[in-house]
Design a protein around this ligand. Sequence first.
Ligand code: ANZ
Ligand code: ZN
Length: 894
Amino acid sequence: SAKLDLPALDRKWREKWSSEQDGADKKGDAGSKYILPMFPYPSGYLHLGHLRVYTIADVVARFHTLQGSNVILPMGWDAFGLPAENAAIERGINPATWTKANIAKMKEQLDLMNGSWDWSRELATCDPDFYKHTQKIFLQLYEKGLAYQDEAEVNYDPVDKTVLANEQVDANGFSWRSGAKVEKRKLKQWFLRISEFRDSLLKDLEVLGRDNAWPERVLTMQKNWLGKSTGATIKFPLLAFNQTVNAAIEVFTSRPDTLFGVQYLALASTHPVVTDLAAQDPELQAFLDTLPGLPPDSKVGYMLPHVRAINPLAYHEETPEATKKSLPVYVAPYVIGDYGEGAVMGVPGHDVRDHAFWKTHHSDEPVRVVLAASEDESTTAMLNEPYIDHGVMTEHSGLFKGKSSKETGDMLIGMLEAADLAKPVDKWRLRDWLISRQRYWGTPIPIVHCGSCGTVPVPDSDLPVLLPEVDDHWAEKKTGNPLESLTDWVETSCPKCGGHARRDTDTMDTFVDSSWYYMRFIDPHNKDAPFAMDKARSLLPVDIYIGGIEHAILHLLYSRFIYKFLMSAGEGESAVDAYEPFKRLITQGMVHGKTYSDPSTGRFLKPDEVDLSDPSTPRVASTEEQAVVSYEKMSKSKYNGVDPTDVIAQHGADATRAHMLFQAPVSEILYWDGDKIVGITRWLSRVHELVTKVGRISSGSTPLEYFQQASQKFDSMSAEEFAQWDADTAIWRDVQKTIASVTASYDKVYALNTVVSDLMILTNTIATNGGAHPAIQAEAVSALVRMVAPIAPAFADECWSILKPDGGGSIFRGGALFPVVDGTEALLQPRKQTCAVQINGKLRFAAEIAKPPAGCQGEMLRHWVVGELLKTDEGKTRLSCETLAAKKVIVVKG
Ligand code: ANZ
Ligand code: ZN
């Protein structure tokens, strides 16, 4: 047959799809399915990583369409953010222009991949129609006390007079743009009170863990980020020679059982006691000045000269002497300022960081061990490693010696609590969400500041607060946040008193936009509200969410928070549902590219530096040495990037899609080797040959009816009829098996690579069983085409048009066309009968064999029986071909 021109099929069918009327669809009745890949940032070009996630999403969506679901598969743009602002500054244009042009380009590229995107729902977060509602959601949070202002530290560039994002500060603490040493400054910033939702954010992870709905890895990361830690705060009274120091320092510990082993205290550099003392201690101040830019695990420390602390257990007379000694107090950067109490009790014997710190500052003093795995372990040895597990208390623990450490911890807290020296508490690692950005390209915060009324929300009727337009030279003139210097925009009147007021000049973190965009997709044109609640109730949550593991923490956590807030609003305490935005989460792996390097220098080779004249042994062109081939993350510096539009232009979108899926399970790294696509093209050509061969044959009856009839005359089949039946069932058994496995792979396990391999095997079965009844072959090919369709949609529609010339157009608009297992299974099994085997007149065994057809007689029957016996377990062990060949075989019928 003529060579299959896959790119031409793409064009032909894309045109048909876009010209077909939506109304012509046969709607399935399997309910709605909302399938969503994480929306892209419009960087301006589509890479293979994009292509991978969007292929997975489209394949899953098309599968559900073919199963009769009303599928929602929207696409939009995560269009605000720093990269656009930077790119625009670099190019001397404004971010809006740059972003819009990128969206147009990427939309074109996305359309090349044969995706079934519902563009009628398209949105861009930088569009006022969208961010008006981002502002509304902010104000709803504000009303409930969940958006508030507080002081927070920012990176400040004193030359550009601007706040920098963390990514704009290099590893040594210098500004990426001005090169100035970045300062830490305290500024009033907006926060969202995500901490209010931490209990349900933690508890509902359990729901997401059921049936592997979310990957285990993501659940663990979410859990760690929330970081609930159970323990106690403990007071250490101070022996201070300085009046200004507080009477006690409080620490948070998760291991009160180690209290006997405390050998020092350590304070964060921002601890109030440190701040107080630094005012009178220039040496301490000098130490503090060296801290910025130090790695967080640095073990430097400064011992406060005039302060010592007392272990609260010292007041108990049974406490061992060692524990009664007063303790040095350090300032140490390994203590985090805003975790717990910003202070730790240092236990070198049982904590890794404390151990390292102690060894640095007290290398000649012993480490005290107060618990061990068992009671009789020596506790005096100089340990090289701390014992960090729970266990049994040892001799340094006074009265508690021999008790379990867990029990001891509880008892110690109880004891100290009675003396007001401790309190059991939970601490969370989760901080409130700082959303203020001192940047132009984001959603303006809809607040005005009035001298007499304070912070005033912009009234609903004045929304959106539009981002003021800037010209292409906006970035040349000013440094800093351009919003601050746009006087016309900043100066406004107070909505409350009408007096003079100033707009808030911060914009929101783009994670705010992406925390709710998936909700907007279900009601994208709603003018009054972010979305209608009844639509949300029927179409949310998202059934399947697909995206990169890099979003495993922040994006998903913020989305879960905002979803819980919006969906539970109004229901208050009575809300019992676990409100979760994404029922199922698939995290796709990265795409790595084929990379060549020079074995002698290790340098990556450019395409024209590689000699590929023998593709099996690539060589360094200049030296003819064999080049080293590896797969690496695609990047410009490794010359291993692949432009998906080139691949699609050459091989067609369908083959590209099938290849992407076939090469690796969705969650694993895909090692991209474009040379291998030809294997896929060959397979699709074989499918196409089968389609043209069976053409428009119709069986007139369903396979079920066909095999039912065959079953009725099974006992009287002639040998020829039986041979026919055998070929027919061989194909149909495989079709049935493949339908079951492929459906499960598409639907439950997302094993899309095995979908492709299963379908390849079925193709082979059909091609090698050319003797089957043409109608059965045709049915098998039809099922094959419908199973291939989600992966290779244009190709499948082409095949469908050959099989069903007046079937009403696209396979995807015909309702529930995905094949289902049809109940033939029992009919496809040959009838069995018991066959007793005698050898030399003695009964040796009996086995179940397939019943021979009626027309099978004489020599043919002997062959049949022997052949069937040799397929059975007993036959395999008790008979051998040689015995059978040597002896006379007599078949006694019945
Ligand atoms: C003494 C101790 C002994 C500790 C021991 C651990 C093991 P999680 O579970 O992550 O909450 N810690 C407390 N506040 C800190 C701060 N601001 N910066 C750095 N570390 C801090 O960790 C709780 C433990 O982290 C606490 O328990 C404390 O060290 C330390 F064998 O107290 B522990
Ligand atoms: Zn006012």
